[in-house]
Write a protein that binds this ligand. Structure first.
Ligand code: ATP
Ligand code: MG
Length: 332
């Protein structure tokens, strides 16, 4: 009896898939982790309202999007009226002073990035917070990513393993010119959307009302609640998807010609547009449509990223065990 090629392949990646599940289950954010972040968010909101009465704090990023690990930081968006991006530094300056008086906050630090943030820790713990002002697109894209994360059971383990892989290989730090976790997540979603038998659709195309960019912020978490799970004909195992992801970016994707668009579930050509031309990596923000990978602006870093994809792709094909690319039991 001749086994079909797909089941043959599946059996050779079975061990790899089990190891991915093991890493995912050991590392994924636990309900108690989220509760701790939520308690701190509520307490901070109360204290901030003493100086900014209209202030609202929203947890964003991997704490809320389903892609968090136990050690992920808590990203927070402070929404206050006045809305001008130029006010952000002034607001953060006042918060810096306030936070010095709060007993449960330590190690305040103002980071003057394109989106300025106040970074701090909960006193006596290793829980780190990154707070921005009025960067509300982060609230919208958090709930878009969350909808993708739960649209198919394979999405969360694959992205978590890719984030761990990238971090271990020093290519997961936008402040050092490599890829942010957000960029990596969009890169995985794009791969899953563009398989010949897709694992994911474009949710913005299929459910435009749930992801309307003008939706009232308080409705954003509710927007996607009624989206049914995506029924995919793709039967690939976690291991096959990880191998396929590395191969896609190691050999198939044209970095110099293509823009990754999760919004459109395709790669579109750069077409001499100012946003995309002469950029090493182009990944479209699904709402603002700018480049989320703009931190990668040095040729050396870009080459290091591509080299990691190529090397890990080769190693994992040679020996289909997670250890070939990531000493995963050591990082659990
Ligand atoms: P980690 O688990 O490593 O903390 P994360 O999912 O929180 O990962 P980050 O890259 O730290 O990912 O980004 C946090 C959040 O900030 C994202 O979920 C997104 O909402 C927002 N964000 C980050 N970069 C951008 C960007 N370039 N444009 C718009 N929003 C962004
Ligand atoms: Mg984060």
């Amino acid at each position: 009896v001749v086994e079909s090629s797909s089941s043959l392949h599946a059996s050779t990646t079975e061990k790899l898939s089990c190891q991915m599940v093991e890493l995912f289950e050991a590392c994924q954010q636990q309900p108690s982790d989220l509760e701790r972040k939520e308690v701190c968010r509520a307490r901070l909101q109360q204290d901030i309202q003493q100086i900014f009465p209209s202030a609202r704090l929203y947890l964003t990023g991997s704490s809320m999007n389903g892609l968090g690990s136990r050690c992920s930081d808590a990203d927070i968006c402070l929404v206050i009226k006045g809305n001008k991006k130029t006010d952000a530094l002034r607001v953060l300056g006042r918060l810096l002073k306030l936070f010095k008086t709060l007993s449960y906050v330590e190690r305040n630090q103002l980071i003057r990035a394109k989106v300025p943030i106040l970074r701090f820790r909960e006193k006596g713990s290793d829980l780190e917070f990154d707070l921005n002002v009025n960067n509300t697109v982060g609230i919208r894209n958090t709930f878009l990513l969350r909808s993708y994360a739960y649209a198919d059971l394979r999405v969360r383990p694959v992205i978590l393993v890719v984030k761990k892989w990238a971090r271990y290989n020093n290519i997961n730090d936008a402040s050092k010119g490599t890829l942010s976790s957000y960029t990596l997540a969009l890169m995985v979603l794009h791969y899953l959307q563009t398989l010949s038998e897709p694992v994911l659709p474009s949710l913005q195309r299929d459910y435009p009302e749930s992801f309307n960019p003008l939706m009232n912020l308080d409705m954003v978490p509710e927007g996607p609640k009624h989206i049914p799970p995506y029924i995919s004909r793709n039967q690939s195992s976690l291991g096959e998807l990880l191998l396929g992801f590395l191969k896609y970016y190691a050999t198939d994707f044209s970095w110099d010609k293509q823009v990754i668009s999760v919004r459109e579930a395709r790669a579109f050509p750069k077409n001499n547009s100012k946003e995309w031309n002469n950029k090493f990596i182009c990944v479209e923000e699904p709402f603002e449509r700018n480049n989320v990978a703009r931190a990668v602006h040095e040729k050396l870093k870009f080459d290091a990223i591509k080299a990691k994809f190529a090397e890990s792709c080769r190693l994992l094909h040679e020996r289909k065990e997670l250890n070939s690319i990531l000493p995963f039991r050591a990082i659990i």
